[in-house]
Design a protein around this ligand. Structure first.
Ligand SMILES: [Zn+2]
Length: 95
């Protein structure tokens, strides 16, 4: 398992910056989660996500098969950040 410090160092590495660019290009700069849902992402803030989380699968850190482009919104949803109580039911409906 990687510590927060190790992960921060990883995200600053040139290996990561390089592979991140490759993933964005491979995914045509499109959110893959929106694509799976048949939506077109309008969110232009793109992140490259580790499908199996970096924290627990450091050996897959630079594995192209473990990386995909997500927009800011889908990325946060995946990691359950900024989960607000008042949105709970709205989200349930959507699923
Ligand atoms: Zn999305």
């Amino acid at each position: 398992m990687l510590s927060k410090q190790e992960r921060t160092a990883f995200y600053k590495s040139k290996e990561w910056r390089h592979i991140r660019e490759q993933v964005l290009k491979r995914d045509n700069f499109e959110c893959q989660e929106c694509k799976r849902q048949g939506k077109v992402s309008t969110d232009k803030r793109l992140d490259v996500d580790h499908i199996l989380e970096l924290e627990y699968y450091p050996e897959l850190a630079l594995d192209l098969d473990n990386l995909e482009t997500l927009d800011f919104e889908c990325h946060n949803r995946k990691h359950n950040r900024f989960v607000k109580k008042e949105n709970k039911w709205k989200n349930d409906e959507r699923w």
